[in-house]
Design a protein around this ligand. Structure first.
Ligand code: UDP
Length: 249
């Protein structure tokens, strides 16, 4: 598969339909496959954490989750045409999983959010098998129990919404033991599906300013969004240095 590297992180050139088709293949496979929805903050975080970078780069799929990653990927020239966010992926994936009898576990978010998200999806996809749900507030000591519960559920796929980088670390360390063929990091998607958080209207998303909408709605996120100017700066610097390397080589 075609891909580009943005600040040391692989981004696969695949659209939403392609990603769903690829995940449908992976879920039939023997090898556990980790799917990353790569956002701007994650790329910035990866600059200081080689292990995290390695998880992203060795994942089965690294999808372009944000407008910042999309612009930076396009500057590299390959065909990253659209964002493929966790929340956009869940709906068509549930269609596919329901059709193919793939059971799925929902792990993450506060209280009964994961349950409400699963119930909302099941209402739209009545044949979807929800193998289990669990909130995402557990200590590292509880991880073996959480993993064992997923394994006991017999789930074939798991959506993990613990926020990044925790969800990627959890999947890198635990996916094999869960017995799931595919693990997908979905960030705050359960909050959206459960109705706790509203997504930006389509126009804002089309204009690439969903991040601004979230900032206006949840101003406490401002500190996290400092990653955005940092990302722009790093991406421009990378672009300039790539150009001069090409010019002088
Ligand atoms: N979360 C969790 N366990 C934790 C910390 C966070 O389950 O220990 C959940 C949180 O409730 C939210 C999600 O992880 O549902 C992270 O959402 P956020 O909007 O921060 O993630 P993004 O979509 O921006 O990656």
């Amino acid at each position: 598969m075609k891909h580009v590297t943005v600040l040391g992180c692989r981004v696969d050139a695949i659209d939403s339909d392609g990603a769903v088709a690829r995940i449908a293949e992976l879920v039939r496979g023997e090898k556990p496959s980790l799917v990353v929805t790569l956002g701007t903050e994650m790329v910035v975080y990866a600059q200081g954490d080689a292990r995290f970078r390695e998880i992203v780069n060795s994942s089965a799929l690294s999808l372009c989750d944000t407008i910042g990653v999309k612009i930076a990927a396009r500057l590299q020239g390959a065909g990253v045409r659209e964002r493929v966010t966790g929340v956009d992926l869940l709906e068509p994936l549930c269609t596919t999983f329901a059709e193919r009898g793939v059971s799925v576990y929902f792990l993450g978010a506060k209280g009964d959010t994961a349950r409400r998200a699963a119930t909302a999806l099941q209402a739209r996809h009545p044949r979807l098998t929800v193998a289990g749900v669990r909130d995402g507030y557990f200590t590292p000591d509880q991880e073996p129990d959480v993993t064992a519960a997923v394994a006991a559920s017999g789930a074939r796929a798991i959506f993990v919404g613990l926020g990044s980088p925790r969800q990627e670390f959890f999947l890198a360390e635990r996916l094999k033991e869960t017995g799931c063929a595919v693990g997908i990091g979905v960030g705050g998607s359960f909050d959206v599906l459960a109705g706790n958080v509203q997504r930006a209207p389509l126009l804002w998303r089309r204009l690439g300013v969903e991040w601004l909408y979230r900032l206006v709605r949840e101003p406490r996120r401002w500190r996290r969004q400092l990653a955005l100017p940092q990302f722009v700066w790093l991406a421009l610097r990378e672009r300039v240095s790539l150009r001069s390397t090409r010019r002088f080589s």
